[in-house]
Each structure stands twice: as structure tokens, then as C-alpha cells.
Write a protein that binds this ligand. Structure first.
Ligand code: AMP
Length: 450
């Protein structure tokens, strides 16, 4: 008998129906096509429904947005009541980037389709007037980036007197981007009897301290630790010189008739240069990074989602939070100097049990990064030797790039590097330039890869 029960438990998989959600929410979930909760959802939803504080350690791609959106909607559904009732902010979600904020808003919209719960998304870098208008029309769930939230709060456009749940999303990214003090300020503006949910891909000390300080008897749940790249993703590496990478990228995409490809570059300049090269050579490609306007980022992301753009080239910071289910290919145009970034990047493919391919380009100066990555993932990437752009003979006069390993700069610093990389490199010109016979104009025009 006992054996039978154990067997049944193993065969049995939880479905959303087991969570006994309100019909209006269950119907919307069925409509978006979710049958089985993902592991983070299975672990988090019952805790959130019970009104407890929660720390969820999970990356984007694990279904973590629905892991908090669904139970929160279920909790506030009755309180919000009919569309005629006066609206108050019941739930506040704080998230670091506008892309994440928009995606969280889309999730809430999908799951609350058959309720009168209304969400509003606010973020910086755009005119505040339309956002203020939306706030005035009434909001139940407010999704905000920290800076814009504090701006509009100070101006008196936001009241948190009726708030029940505070969700801090991507807490470690918030820390990396220098938002942690803003997050602290925001927490202190919320009612003390709130329910607090904190989600983070990793748990640096500062985030653990934050949760110890502001969460009450929090339950911890974790899925998909960052050091374990998924097994269903084939991982390949091509050894290629830096100046041949664009050609190799084009070759691989054409040869394998790839579409829906996400390419990572280290710098904004690199992203633009690769996108331009591919577009010039007949591939529908575009880049997203921090220098692009909000409108153009949204346009490019939409294009990638609706498949009018085949290749999306992104820097790490800009790509964080890009939510595209079951991405078949991720290409690391540059290897990251922080091995965990590699795991984050390739975590975007092979989702939902589908197979994915993660392809990495490794130039000679990136070999130490490859070693670090292989050490972290405890796996050797499969070397693809048969390609048209193998390493060329070493030029003894070539500048050797410094080894940046261990320079575990924060995302903010990395973002800074993204924007300053070019000028920093320029100002770090070797002294011999002074003796160069090239004219100033020609030096100025010299294009650098980074
Ligand atoms: P997230 O981690 O929130 O970025 O979610 C990643 C992707 O998984 C999104 O495209 C969701 O729509 C999708 N997703 C979330 N929950 C489920 C589920 N239970 N079943 C299938 N897909 C899901």
C-alpha cells in the first residue's frame, strides 16, 4: 500500500486546478495555455496564497512572474471587487528595467483578463504625463521602476495606504544597478503589515540582509541554481579571431538557416556593429542596448517576438529580462568575463523542456574566460573545429588585451563599461601614438571594434 502511494505521488503532477484559484483567474490561465505550474510556481504559489512572506531564488525564464502574479491576483480579486468600486493600489511591484516592468504588466493583464483588476506600468526615460493620467484613472496593481516610482510618489501622484503586497523583483539586478537605496526608501513608504515577496536570481549578502531586515518569517524557495546550466542545451564553442566574428556569425546563421537567434555582445558598439553587418548582408537583424530610445527598444523587441526580426543582438544589461519563451539559439558573440553571466545568457534557450543550442565564439584573448566558464558549469563546451574562420597566425606586434577575470564589476559598472568602453579605450592609447606618422584626422577616423 505504502509503495503504491509513493508510486502515485511520483506519477502525479500538480496542475493549476489543484491550486483552487478563483474561476475568473483559472479561466485566463487556461486560455494562455498553462496546464502545469513550473517548479517555482509549485513552490511559491501555495506560500503566497497563505499570505506569507517569500524569498524566491529564480531566474527569468523559470515562470517566476506568474509565480507571483497569479496568487497575488487571486488574493486581491475579492478586495478589488467590481469595476465600479473605488480603486486603490493593492499591489506594488518594483523591478529594475522598463523591459521587465512592461513584461510584468503584460503578465498581470493576461491573468486578470476576467477580473476588474487593472494594472499600470511606470518607468523613467519617458514623459511622465501619460503615466500620471493612468494613475489618476485608478490602479489596483502598480508596476514600477524605482526612480520613476519615487519621482511620482514625491509629487503626490501615488498613495500606498491601501497596499497589501510588495513585490521586489530581480533584487540582485537592482543591487547591481545601484537601485538598492531607492528600494530601501520605497519599502519604508509601504505599510508595515504588508506581505512582502522578494525574487532574485542570486543571493548576494546585501540582498540577504535586505530580506532579513524587511521580510517577516519569510519562506525560502529556490529553483535552477545559477551554477547548473540546463542539460537540454547543446553547448558549442568556435575558436575565431575577433575580427572574423561577424563573418562567422553570418556564416553560421545562413548555413543553419537560423531564425529567432539571440546574440550577446559585450559592448553597445559591438552590438550595433554586428547588427549592421548582418543587415548589410541580407539578414533581418537589429540591436538593443542602453543607448537606444525606449521606443526603439520596444519596437525591436516586438519585431523579434513577432518574428519580423530574425536576429536580436543585445548587451547583457539590456537583455536582462527579455522574456521570449523557448528560444532555440543563443550566440555568445563575446564571452563574458564573469562566468555566471554565461549561465544567465544560455538560460534563455532550452526552456520549457525544448532543446536549445548555445554557441560561443572565443577569440584568443577570451580563452581564460572559457576556462572559468567550463569550471563553473563543470562541463567542457564542444569545440567545433570545422569552420571557415579558424585562428590566423599570431601577429607579434598585436596589442594583448588585459585579463579582466576576477574584475567582478557590478552590472552598473558593466553598463558603464558598455558606454565608456569606447572612449576609455581611446584614451588608453599607447604612448607610441604620439610618434605615429598618421595624420590626426586619420587617427580620429580609425574605427575600433570596442
Ligand atoms: P518568466 O520567468 O516569468 O519570465 O516566464 C518565462 C516564460 O514562461 C513566459 O513566457 C511565460 O509565459 C511562460 N510560463 C510561465 N508559467 C508557465 C507555465 N506554468 N506553463 C507554461 N509556460 C509558462
Amino acid at each position: 500500500m505504502l509503495l503504491l502511494i509513493i508510486l502515485l505521488q511520483q506519477v502525479y503532477t500538480m496542475t493549476f486546478k489543484d491550486l483552487e484559484l478563483h474561476n475568473n483567474i483559472q479561466e485566463a490561465i487556461t486560455e494562455v495555455g498553462y496546464l502545469t505550474p513550473t517548479p517555482i510556481q509549485q513552490k511559491s504559489i501555495p506560500i503566497i496564497l497563505a499570505g506569507e512572506d517569500l524569498v524566491g531564488i529564480a531566474q527569468t525564464g523559470t515562470g517566476k512572474t506568474a509565480a507571483f502574479a497569479i496568487p497575488v491576483l487571486n488574493l486581491i480579486h475579492r478586495i478589488v471587487g467590481s469595476a465600479k468600486k473605488v480603486k486603490h493600489i493593492r499591489t506594488l511591484v518594483i523591478t529594475p528595467t522598463r523591459e521587465l516592468a512592461i513584461q510584468i504588466g503584460e503578465n498581470f493583464t493576461n491573468y486578470s483578463k476576467y477580473t476588474s483588476i487593472h494594472n499600470v506600468v511606470i518607468f523613467g526615460g519617458v514623459n511622465q504625463v501619460p503615466q500620471v493620467d493612468k494613475l489618476k484613472r485608478g490602479v489596483d496593481v502598480l508596476i514600477a521602476t524605482p526612480g520613476r516610482f519615487l519621482d511620482l510618489y514625491k509629487q503626490g501622484h501615488i498613495s500606498l495606504d491601501h497596499m497589501h503586497q510588495l513585490i521586489i523583483d530581480e533584487a540582485d539586478l537592482m543591487l547591481d544597478m545601484g537601485f538598492i537605496n531607492d528600494v530601501r526608501k520605497i519599502i519604508k513608504l509601504t505599510p508595515t503589515n504588508r506581505q512582502t515577496l522578494l525574487f532574485s536570481a542570486t543571493m548576494p549578502l546585501a540582498i540577504r540582509e535586505l530580506s532579513d531586515e524587511f521580510l517577516t518569517k519569510a519562506k525560502y524557495v529556490a529553483v535552477d541554481p545559477v551554477s547548473s546550466a540546463k542539460g537540454s542545451v547543446s553547448q558549442e564553442v568556435y575558436f575565431v579571431d575577433k575580427d572574423d566574428k561577424k563573418k562567422l556569425l553570418h556564416h553560421i546563421i545562413v548555413e543553419n538557416k537560423m531564425s529567432n537567434v539571440l546574440v550577446f555582445t559585450r559592448t553597445k558598439y559591438g552590438a550595433d556593429a554586428a547588427a549592421k553587418y548582418l543587415a548589410k548582408n541580407g539578414i533581418k537583424a537589429d540591436a538593443i542596448h542602453g543607448d537606444k530610445s525606449q521606443n526603439s527598444r520596444v519596437r525591436v523587441l516586438d519585431g523579434f517576438k513577432d518574428k519580423s526580426i530574425d536576429v536580436l543582438i543585445a548587451t547583457d544589461v539590456a537583455s536582462r529580462g527579455i522574456d521570449i519563451a523557448a528560444l532555440p539559439y543563443v550566440i555568445n558573440f563575446d564571452l563574458p568575463n564573469i562566468p555566471e553571466t554565461f549561465v544567465h545568457r544560455i538560460g534563455r534557450t532550452g526552456r520549457a523542456g525544448l532543446d536549445g543550442a548555445a554557441i560561443s565564439f572565443c577569440s584568443k584573448d577570451e580563452k581564460p574566460y572559457l576556462q572559468d566558464i567550463e569550471k563553473l558549469i563543470k562541463n567542457k563546451l564542444k569545440v567545433i573545429g570545422d569552420h571557415p574562420f579558424p585562428y590566423k597566425a599570431v601577429d607579434p606586434n598585436k596589442e594583448v588585451k588585459p585579463d579582466l577575470r576576477g574584475k567582478k564589476g557590478s552590472a552598473k559598472q558593466i553598463a558603464k563599461t558598455e558606454s565608456e568602453g569606447k572612449s576609455a579605450k581611446r584614451s588608453a592609447k599607447p604612448k607610441t601614438d604620439d610618434n605615429s606618422r598618421k595624420s590626426d584626422a586619420s587617427k580620429k577616423n580609425k574605427k575600433r571594434w570596442y
